[in-house]
Design a binder for this molecule. Sequence first.
Ligand code: HEM
Length: 116
Amino acid sequence: MNIQELNALHIIHVASVIVLIAYTFFAFAGPPETKKRVMMITGIATLLVLLTGIRMWQGVYAFAAMGWIIVKIVCWLGLSALTGMAYRRREKANVLMIVALVLAITALAMVYVKPF
Ligand code: HEM
């Protein structure tokens, strides 16, 4: 993989993560008529996070089974599921928002610390 592709992947990956988290938080408070649009945006963002992540995993690490990637995938799964729950579980919004933050920060820490 050349440096231009890797740069583009990093930027699209992190930009999509920002969109995913931003709209997930909106989903906890937005009116019901915004649901369709927000689910569309988070759906595209979450797919981009996964696809760019998998391409970097392949290109940089040849799909080596490293623990930190597995943890990231689990965090990504959790975050993606939360977006769907945000409109339906308003009474749990406070705890779910904390879970979303913990998942996002854990995924972030994994990529910089790579502890296992
Ligand atoms: C919500 C979940 C995620 C967050 C918050 C996140 C965040 C990040 C961040 C901040 C970077 C560093 C970019 C840089 O240093 O320029 C990164 C890189 C990366 N991410 Fe993710 N990511 C997530 C999900 C995933 C998933 C699901 C995968 C794999 C399928 C993945 C695989 C990777 C890989 C392989 C890299 C490159 C690491 C390297 O350059 O050494 N990420 N991610």
